[in-house]
Design a protein. Structure first.
Length: 308
């Protein structure tokens, strides 16, 4: 019986499925099954009741698992504290990211982060869909919007203004909207999540909320695609200021109707539990806070009016 075998047992109990646990741990199902058998043989008891359709903890498993989880958590904490005392921080970060933010903003930041902390490795899962820690092979996720699941633990990275943007080429061809009523006459570029198309845009004018139902000929379930269309001059879009920071600074996009601010959001680093917060995760959190603050300061220096 190996320590890694105990981690497999914990995950199998969590997922109630060996294949799902193996997928989460990035191993073959046969490898996970063998690990469970080694633990059962070492203990002299079956930890799971298996049928053709389901798997659940046996009475022995129900007695063993809480102590096993507590012991593994204590061991992990002890290891991390020891490494922290020596100044060496290491570990693997399995991070879920949305497509546009992940590819074009966070990935370059991670390159610098890993050069500074050579013992840290990273696995990225790019996906605009909602994260499921039980299904997806990740241990933490960076997501827009505060978490609405009370069972997860998160760090707020920053408030994120959204911006109404278009490219200079679009404006030269179709003109910029001079007032809010003009906006409906422009081609909207829409983001879609599952079956919902986000074609109704919320703004704040002064202290008053206003909204507009847009028409448009392009919709994508990928945030990066929406930004690319905007840069290519295909229409107007509402995008995160973090996603569009580099395009705005370098003149590929310009902001429109500065007196009308799209409804802002927040950026959160989410973990499934407090036990997931390792020294490496804390370093990542601090780096993200610093880099996001730099990005928003650049926009402010460039004269982009934002409101959070």
């Amino acid at each position: 019986m190996l320590l890694d075998d105990l981690n497999v047992v914990i995950k199998v109990a969590e997922f109630k499925n060996i294949t799902a646990a193996a997928t989460h741990l990035n191993m073959r199902t046969a490898t996970a099954s063998a690990a469970v058998k080694r633990v059962e043989q070492a203990l002299g008891a079956e930890l799971f009741v298996r049928t053709t359709r389901s798997l659940r903890l046996s009475s022995a498993g129900e007695r063993f698992l809480p102590t096993c989880e507590q012991a593994m958590s204590m061991l992990t904490t002890a290891k991390q504290n020891l490494k922290g005392d020596t100044g060496v921080i290491e570990g693997e970060l399995r991070l879920g990211l949305s497509s546009d933010l992940g590819r074009n903003v966070i990935a370059p930041w991670l390159d610098d982060f890993m050069e500074e902390h050579e013992k840290i490795s990273v696995k990225i899962n790019l996906n605009d869909s909602n994260i499921d820690f039980y299904r997806d092979p990740i241990d933490l996720a960076l997501r827009y919007g505060s978490p609405d699941d009370a069972s997860v633990y998160g760090f707020k990275i920053c408030d994120v203004p959204r911006l109404l943007v278009a490219s200079p080429s679009y404006i030269s061809t179709y003109g910029a909207p001079k007032n809010f009523e003009d906006l409906q006459g422009h081609n909207g570029l829409f983001y879609q999540l599952h079956d919902k198309v986000y074609n109704e845009w919320d703004f704040v004018h002064g202290d008053k909320p206003v909204k507009v139902k847009m028409q448009g000929n392009r919709t994508a379930n990928d945030g990066e695609m929406v930004r690319r269309w905007a840069v290519a001059g295909k229409g107007v879009a509402v995008k995160s200021s973090l996603d569009t920071c580099d395009d705005i600074i370098n003149g590929r996009l310009v902001t429109l109707l500065p007196d009308y601010q799209p409804k802002p959001t927040q950026l959160w680093l989410i973990c499934p539990s407090r036990q997931s917060i390792t020294p490496a995760v804390r370093l990542l959190r601090d780096m993200l806070k610093a880099r996001c603050a730099e990005c928003l300061a650049q926009l402010k220096k460039a004269g982009v009016h934002t409101k959070t």
